[in-house]
Structure formats: C-alpha cells, structure tokens
Design a protein around this ligand. Sequence first.
Ligand code: NAP
Length: 300
Amino acid sequence: MFDRIALIGLGLIGSSLAHASKRGKLAKHIAGHAKSAATRQAALTIGFADSVHATVAEAVKEADLVILCVPVGACGAVAAQMAAHLKPGAIVTDVGSVKAAVLRDVGAHLPASVHFIPGHPIAGTEQSGPESGFAELFDARWCILTPPVGANADAVEKLRAFWQAVGSKVEIMTADHHDLVLAITSHLPHLIAFNIVGTAAHLEEVTDSEVIKYSAGGFRDFTRIAASDPVMWRDVFLNNREAVLEMLGRFSEDLSVLQRAIRWGDGEQLEAMFARAREIRRGIIAAGQDTAAPDFGRRK
Ligand code: NAP
C-alpha cells in the first residue's frame, strides 16, 4: 500500500501500528523516531521498525505516509521539525485523542504540497511504551478521520484504506464534533477515574490495604482506566478544554439529581436512572464493542 511509512512516536499506538502494518504487509519499509534513545533501541530490538532515526527530519524523508503517534501537546513541535523534509504528495496524519487542537497546531506548519488528514483510533489500553504494542489493537475498533475542508479526496480514501487494512472500521466527521463526542465517551470517564482513585487515596479511615483488598467491588475497574499515561492525559485536558468543561457541567448536574434522590429516599428515581445505564451497557455489547462475559471475562 505504501513504499515507506514513518512513525513518529513508538509507544503503545506507534508500535501497534507498526505490528499491524507488518501483519498486513502494508509497507515495504517502516521508519521510526522516538524522543529517547532507549525507546529507539527497544523498537529495533523488538523488530517492529525497519529503521530508527535520531531526528524527526531523517525519519520522514521519502515517506509516503507519516503518522504522528506522540502526545497531543507535542504534535505542533514535531510538525515544525518535519515540515521542510516531507516528500511532496505525502499523507501526514496523527492518532491524537483531541482533533481541533492538532488540526490547528500541526496544520500551521505543514507545506501545501502534503495532505494533512488528522485521525484518532478509538482503541487503546492503559499500557504505554514500545513493549506494549500488538498487531490486533485496532481490530474491529473504530477509527475517526477528521479531514479539513477541501482535503484531497484520494488521500482521504487512501488513509481510510490503510486503517481498514490494520483492522479498523472508519468514520469521518469534523474535528469539533469528534472532540465533543470523545469528551463524554473517553475524556470524562478518565477524569472521573483519576478523581475517584485520588479520593480513595485521600481517605484516612480506609487503610490502603482495605482499598486494595475490597477493590473488586467496583473500584478496581476505575483503577485500570486511572493507570493510563499521565502525560497523554494531561495533554488531552489541556487541549479539549471547552468540550470537557461542557460535559463536566452536565455530569455535575446529573450527579446532583442522584444526590438529591439518595437524600430524599427516592428509590423510583434511582432505579430509573440505573435501568437506563444498564441499557447503554447492553447496547455497547450488542454493537460488539465489549464482551458480554461476566466481569469483562476475568472469571474463566
Ligand atoms: P506512549 O505509549 O506514551 O508513547 C508516546 C511516544 O511518543 C513515545 O515513543 C515517546 O518517546 C514519543 N514522544 C513523546 N514526545 C515526543 C517528541 N516531542 N518527539 C518525538 N517523540 C516523542 O503513548 P501512546 O499511548 O502511544 O499515545 C500516543 C498518542 O496516541 C497520543 O496522542 C494519544 O492521545 C493517542 N491515543 C492513545 C490511546 C491510548 O489508549 N493510549 C488511544 C488512542 C489514541 P519516548 O518513549 O522516547 O518518550
């Protein structure tokens, strides 16, 4: 599909894209770059990149497809480093969890001779780093592309075909709409998880060992989400401020309704809200986006 793919950032998403591209034989050569020498060495040792480069400029040379797999806040600086070295006609994309900020920060640096089409695979784990990647990460998961107005239709189709070839289903929407949808489906759940784990950590009357011992009561599932990479999530909240604040406002209002129902012993209200929530979970399973096995399949 491509002669040369350049991956900038070789953590969970970058290394998984390399594994999946190799599985599908999608590139003759995969070039990579990461900030640290340790990650670059790990990429060579594991073998998911054919070449690794000490600079962004060297890594993107002659690449037909360049994919930024770095934290959202680093995208603008990386784009500035690569701009003068991109092959005319190359497709440049990213995998960042926020889209309007990336469109603004990266778009500002790129020459008109390349096709910039931001993207975001809705796939991940709480792990990070070059050892955490695997070829199946994107299988049956959605990938959202947010081409700017006037984007080259052939380039969009080629990028769509690439994501399909690594296993994804592809949807196209505007960057602003993406940021609003992801604020409720991903960003707010992470914020809640970070917060609830923080609240438990601050409790003086519950010892650490009790929090851990009885975590299967629900807390454990929040801790998995809260274990996600701190730098990545710092950048998500700094770069999707408006949409997250909007969803947080709605969340707080709904939480107050629950609080009031508990205070006044309004069982009907509580049951109705919990029943609606259960239906959403059933819908997610019906859509094939999670397992129906009890406890996420932990019980064998
Ligand atoms: P990760 O495992 O922490 O990997 C980040 C990679 O970026 C590392 O290789 C790091 O290099 C490199 N990097 C950071 N700053 C850099 C810079 N200035 N120049 C060059 N390389 C730099 O993170 P990830 O989970 O793959 O996330 C990458 C992107 O994917 C983020 O934008 C995130 O929003 C998005 N995303 C993540 C998930 C998820 O579940 N994790 C899902 C969808 C999308 P070093 O290793 O040398 O530090």
